[in-house]
Unconditional design. Structure first.
Length: 245
């Protein structure tokens, strides 16, 4: 979810007071890396499986335990209908709607605007927030990455490390033989290995470009543009009920 997406979705939060700031997504802004970092509080090189999401729940649970919560106080769930038991004190709810819309969008930013408008009108996120704040939870809404409009520069297959992502904005190289060829042919960015495994190389497409059908306009993520890296961070306080004698 980008700042643009939140601007539209927030129209359904008119009666919900919240504080808004921003956060930085982890680079590369692929779901397997950036979401696990968000949930675990780790850098990519510290993750159990940085290029797959099979350990995502375990990473979150470990993070919560490190913060002092016990097994019975931690919950990891998916979807708007998520419910936490009375003993839960720290929970994460994963909502995939925006990411799914990004990777299925064929009408660019205009299409995303219409999709986000429908999502806002459904008010599913706002209703879930009300349910949790009434239940005594402080709620934080953020995203593992944003998204950006790109033009395809051609498909790239059979190169790099297999990554569990639909992003076509970056390549992870385990065999460095093709690195110089890719840099020269596609004008890619050789991303420094900050917080990343030093045994791999990371090539990222330039702003506005992705490895999709040549000339095709797509919404995607995985790169280092502002729209991908800066994400909203929303804080909503639990409801406090006043009693009178």
């Amino acid at each position: 979810m980008s700042e643009f997406d939140w601007k539209v979705i927030s129209s359904s939060f008119e009666d919900i007071p919240y504080e808004q700031t921003a956060a930085f997504a982890m680079i590369p802004t692929t779901t397997s890396v950036s979401r696990q970092c968000l949930l675990s509080g780790k850098y990519p090189r510290q993750l159990l499986e940085p290029w797959k999401q099979s350990k995502e729940k375990a990473e979150f649970v470990t993070c919560a335990k490190n913060l002092g919560y016990k097994d019975g106080q931690i919950e990891y769930a998916r979807g708007y209908e998520a419910e936490f038991g009375s003993f839960v004190k720290c929970g994460a709810v994963i909502i995939n709607d925006v990411d799914d819309m990004v990777h299925g969008e064929k009408q660019g930013r205009i299409g995303m605007f219409h999709n986000m408008t429908v999502l806002a009108d459904q008010k599913k996120l706002a209703e879930m927030v009300r349910r949790f704040t009434k239940g005594g939870f402080d709620v934080y809404i953020s995203a593992d990455h944003g998204n950006t409009l790109c033009t395809g520069i051609g498909k790239l297959t059979g190169t790099g490390l297999e990554v569990e992502t639909k992003s076509h904005r970056m390549v992870v190289l385990q065999d460095f033989a093709d690195k110089d060829v890719l840099l020269q042919k596609y004008g890619m960015i050789d991303y420094p290995k900050y917080y990343l495994d030093k045994d791999l190389d990371y090539l990222i497409c330039n702003v506005g470009e992705s490895f999709d059908i040549k000339g095709e306009e797509v919404m995607t993520h995985g790169g280092i543009s502002i729209d991908e890296v800066v994400v909203p961070l929303i804080k909503i306080k639990k409801q406090v009920h006043a009693f009178t004698a």
